[in-house]
Design a protein. Structure first.
Length: 301
């Protein structure tokens, strides 16, 4: 990495740290939404730079669908033990048991959409007025509409027409009672920026980001990790393939890509050559042209 690239990463890092400190200064009860993916792991590193040697001025919040990759859950628990911060877990299974959501059935059933209810309940229970997340504008067209401080109404819903102007680096966190703000400190980063930063900072990640042999099935043209939660039947043919995951989510909607990239340098080169976005491996984004935007309007992160 040359000096110019390092300076660029320094600028992105400084912006993100400034935003995190703005959250700490403007809100009473913020939280950092943690998925166990590379973007939220990067946010944890940025929070360490923003607030150490003190404790984080917010807990980490993870919405567990119950169908997460085991490697992600193991990484999450090890990381929390290492950094010594508070973790709050909202369980989608609790929302199902309470009758707040109905579990989908069929081969394409997923809990991914159900986690919105669990998220909103967790925010309400914790009385969080700001939720920090790792969404980036380059990921998907609906996310490109978000401001860095994105206001949600008292029902947790997002209205793209209510976005506030953000001039220079002035962020307006003023909200009415019951509203909250979703904050995206790495909005201006790209997937490649994140990976270059991970390489520079030597940030550990769940093993599924790196190429490995795994049992997979082909469903809807995508390679899915073979798992009971996929409601597999005799038509599903299990194959052993060399794959990795570009994004991490619920196992029922997160597809793998064939890859031999088992080191960060190889992953970076692979991304440079790719013509498909990382969200191209997310089945939940293919429901409709406006799938992500519809979920965001309903309270999804």
């Amino acid at each position: 990495m040359n000096k110019q690239d390092t300076t660029y990463l320094d600028q992105l890092e400084a912006e993100a740290i400034f935003i995190l400190r703005e959250v700490a200064g403007q809100f009473e009860k913020p939280a950092l939404l943690f998925s166990g993916g590379k973007d939220s792991i990067t946010l944890v590193r940025l929070a360490e730079k923003a607030f150490r040697p003190g404790k984080f001025p917010f807990p980490l919040v993870h919405i567990d669908t119950g169908h997460n990759f085991p490697e992600t859950i193991s990484f999450r628990d090890d990381m929390i033990a290492r950094i010594g911060e508070k973790l709050i877990i909202g369980h989608v299974q609790d929302s199902i048991d309470q009758g707040k959501v109905i579990e989908q059935t069929g081969k394409n059933a997923s809990r991914n959409a159900l986690q919105t209810v669990t998220l909103l309940d967790t925010i309400a229970e914790g009385k969080f007025d700001a939720c920090i997340g790792g969404a980036r504008r380059d990921e998907e067209k609906a996310r490109a509409k978000e401001r860095i401080f994105s206001v949600r109404d008292e029902f947790g819903q997002w209205d793209p027409k209510r976005q506030r102007p953000e001039l220079w680096n002035i962020y307006n966190g003023k909200i009415h009672k019951g509203e909250n703000v979703r904050v995206f400190p790495i909005s201006n980063w790209t997937e490649l920026d994140v990976w270059n930063y991970i390489r520079r900072e030597n940030i550990a990640l769940p093993s599924i980001y790196f190429a490995h042999e795994r049992d997979v099935i082909t469903r809807n043209g995508q390679l899915m990790a073979a798992a009971d939660c996929l409601n597999m039947d005799s038509d599903d043919q299990i194959e052993r393939r060399n794959v990795r995951f570009r994004t991490v989510g619920d196992m029922t909607c997160t597809a793998a890509v064939e890859s031999d990239a088992d080191q960060i340098d190889y992953i970076i080169e692979e991304i440079k050559m790719s013509k498909i976005s990382e969200r191209g491996a997310r089945m939940d984004d293919k429901v409709s042209e406006a799938a992500m935007e519809d979920r965001k309007k309903g309270g999804y992160f």
